[in-house]
Design a protein around this ligand. Structure first.
Ligand code: E4P
Length: 218
């Protein structure tokens, strides 16, 4: 399973990149706003900081303008993946970009039939938002399971990029289902390292080692 980080904060991306665990980055207009930095400048830095796909979202809602925006964004770096919304215009744009060899992430997916359409136009990634579904008393993870089943039924190669991840249990369930990728906020990714028994066990080993009088390095 691949891990993307869902942020536009360059320090967080560099920190996670240094762990060797990072496979890509997703941004959206809200995350760009949070960074407080100019869009293109921040994307250039992110694309240099990671080799994996970096999602950059168009903001036009009509196909022709989306395409213009997408083509401009695609010049930033070869690892840019264009994020288009799950709309008719978004999918039309996806089809053209895929034919041009540009990676596309179809975002704001909330149903399995939307995911089916995105796969049919050759999306590289589909982003179902599990946390936002949970927020309205729907089962976000049930959607991931449905998409996995449908994509496997037909051999679609679109990668399931679990988005709107709120906690480690979302990551665990996504991995159980066999989602290809989870895009995770940095704070949630950091939590994946933690277990109180690891801390307790390490403390005991270090105490006993010290008492034994041994050394590894001379
Ligand atoms: C995905 O690409 C989106 O940027 C993101 O996961 C949305 O998450 P949110 O629902 O926490 O805003």
């Amino acid at each position: 399973m691949k891990f993307f980080v869902d942020t536009a904060m360059i320090d967080e991306i560099r920190e996670l990149e240094s762990t060797g665990l990072l496979d890509g980055v997703t941004t959206n207009p809200s995350l760009i706003k949070q960074s407080g930095r100019p869009f293109e400048e921040v994307l250039k830095e992110i694309c240099k900081a990671t080799k994996g796909p970096v999602s950059a979202e168009v903001v036009a809602v009509d196909h022709q303008t989306m395409l213009l925006e997408a083509r401009q964004l695609a010049t930033i770096a070869p690892n840019i993946a264009i994020k288009v919304p799950m709309t008719v215009d978004g999918l039309k744009t996806c089809k053209v970009l895929r034919d041009e060899g540009v990676m596309v992430n179809v975002t704001l997916c909330f149903s399995a039939t939307q995911a089916l359409l995105a796969a049919k136009v050759g999306a590289s990634f589909i982003s179902p938002f599990v946390g936002r579904l949970d927020d309205v008393s729907q089962d976000g993870m049930a959607l991931i399971a449905d998409i996995r089943l449908i994509y496997d039924n037909y051999g679609f190669e679109t990668e399931i990029l679990v988005a709107s991840v709120r906690h480690p249990a979302h990551v665990l369930e996504a991995a159980r289902i066999g989602a290809d990728i989870a895009t995770v906020p940095a704070a949630v990714l950091r939590k994946l390292f933690l277990h109180p028994l690891t801390d307790k066990g390490l403390k005991a080993f270090l105490r006993d080692w010290k008492a034994s009088g041994n050394r590894i390095l001379s």
